[in-house]
Design a protein around this ligand. Structure first.
Ligand code: NYM
Length: 197
């Protein structure tokens, strides 16, 4: 029996917007409704490339900015065969961050255009739906201080937010902005992904 392709659903948002929790809830809801669903996240810190990225984020190593950008992208590309296999098996993938984070975070650094940042990811599997979990800076502050990883400063996060706002203007991407505060996000479970089989 032919099996329908799974959906590729991406969650994006600022640090501490609650993406990881919401990914778990979404997977549970999908599974309870009888759909096969699995989680993925980027960076995937378990691969060799992911370990280089992890050391960089934890400030245990320094990497040149273009280099680390390309490593983040390579980390997505190395997982593409597995992603495609799962989607073809009918498994819906709920992905915590994707190329949009790549473009938003690097282009928030001085001297990087959004266009240059997006190029290495051209050709990745296209998400059926990208949910942006919106959280006001005030509510984010209530969720505690930033951790010690690279990029976790208020100034840098504000710059990243502006880049995400530019990315969300792209009409070729099925963006949905969700309120990441309170219980609004629970309504997500009734999402309707636009399927492009
Ligand atoms: N990040 C994430 C990037 O700078 N580029 C990327 O391509 C991706 C996927 O890594 N601050 C940044 C965003 C986060 C950090 O993410 C790690 P997480 O979700 O905290 O593991």
């Amino acid at each position: 029996m032919a099996c329908k392709r799974g959906a590729l659903i991406v969650l994006e948002g600022m640090d501490r917007a609650g993406k990881t929790t919401q990914c778990k809830m979404l997977i549970q809801a999908l599974q309870q409704s009888g759909r096969a669903a699995e989680a993925m996240r980027f960076p995937d810190r378990t691969t060799t490339i992911g370990q280089l990225i992890n050391a960089y984020l934890e400030k245990k190593s320094d990497l040149e900015d273009h280099t680390v950008h390309l490593l983040f992208s390579a980390n997505r590309w190395e997982l593409v065969p597995a992603m495609k296999r799962k989607l073809e098996q009918g498994i819906t993938l709920v992905v915590d961050r994707y190329a949009f984070s790549g473009a938003a975070f690097t282009s928030a650094k001085p001297g990087f255009s959004l266009e240059w940042c997006m190029n290495p990811d051209v050709g990745l599997p296209k998400p059926d739906l990208v949910m942006f979990l919106q959280l006001s800076p005030a509510e984010a502050a209530l969720r505690g201080q930033f951790g010690n990883e690279r990029y976790e400063t208020r100034v840098f996060q504000n710059a990243v937010q502006q880049k995400f706002e530019l990315l969300m203007k792209d009409p070729s991407v099925n963006w949905q902005v969700k309120d990441g505060s309170g219980s609004e996000f629970h309504r997500l479970v009734s999402f309707k992904a636009r399927r492009k089989n």
